[in-house]
Design a protein around this ligand. Structure first.
Ligand code: PGA
Length: 237
């Protein structure tokens, strides 16, 4: 695991975008894993700015997002479909058919989960996966206790995750109770992983990841078993 301290949120975002841009320049058909949340907003701004400046093109790239709420329609502003369009996809040249976000509002979500892993495999696997980290150490929506051996699946969100995400909803009770998420097994199959950690609310998660302990009680610790992880962090001590 490679640790890079960034002097600011902007620098963290730029360093992460530089890794994705380098990957794209090396291989224009790259398959990217994308993440949502407050942390990567600056990262997406950097990618959009580079695209608009003519430095990069996503015309042949493919993307797979980590997760989506169950029971939330793609056009709903709190959905991760909506987030991704607003922050990235509406502003770049990635083909719509190459954009994948797990579907959380279909009758058969279990099938949607299995199909999602099959689609990632059919695309050749993920070359570079972006991750954030939850205050409880979750990656994607894989909450503490998640098996490291499970692929994309349906999970119940913990109270701490629902608490952290309520800022995006009108009422706290509107935060969904379940989500579809790439499993830790799916994430670990990515060839390269870039994890962003920003801000004092992540201090405990940062400390625990830094300790090196590997346990299913702390999902991000699975990453210690991955050969190519870069952690870019800021705002933690
Ligand atoms: P955040 O979410 O970037 O909004 O803090 C990270 C996560 O929960 O994975």
């Amino acid at each position: 695991m490679k640790w890079i301290e960034a002097a600011s949120y902007e620098e963290m975002s730029k360093l992460a975008a530089d890794l994705f841009k380098a990957q794209l320049k090396e291989h224009k058909q790259s398959v990217f894993g994308m993440a949502t949340g407050g942390t990567p907003e600056g990262f997406y701004q950097e990618l959009v700015a580079s695209y608009q400046a003519g430095e990069i093109s996503f015309a042949e790239a493919i993307s797979f997002n980590l997760d989506e709420y169950i029971g939330v329609a793609p056009e709903n502003k709190v959905s991760y479909h909506y987030y991704m369009d607003a922050h990235l996809f509406n502003h770049i040249d990635m083909k719509r058919e190459n954009i994948h976000v797990p579907t959380g509002n279909v009758a058969d979500v279990e099938k949607a989960a299995t199909d999602y892993d099959a689609a990632i495999e059919a695309a050749g696997g993920i070359d570079m996966q972006l991750l954030g980290i939850g205050v409880n150490g979750h990656i994607g929506f894989n909450e503490p206790g998640s098996s490291f051996e499970v692929g994309t699946n349906i999970v119940e969100l913990t109270e701490s995750t629902r608490e952290a995400n309520k800022i995006y909803f009108d009422k706290p009770e509107d935060v969904p109770t379940h989500a579809i998420t790439m499993g830790i097994k799916t994430i670990m199959q990515s060839r390269k992983i870039v994890l962003l950690i920003s801000g004092a609310s992540k201090q405990e998660a940062y400390d625990r990841l830094r300790s090196g302990e590997v346990t299913e009680d702390f999902p991000a610790s699975a990453l210690h078993n991955h050969p190519n992880v870069t952690v870019i962090y800021t705002g933690v001590k």
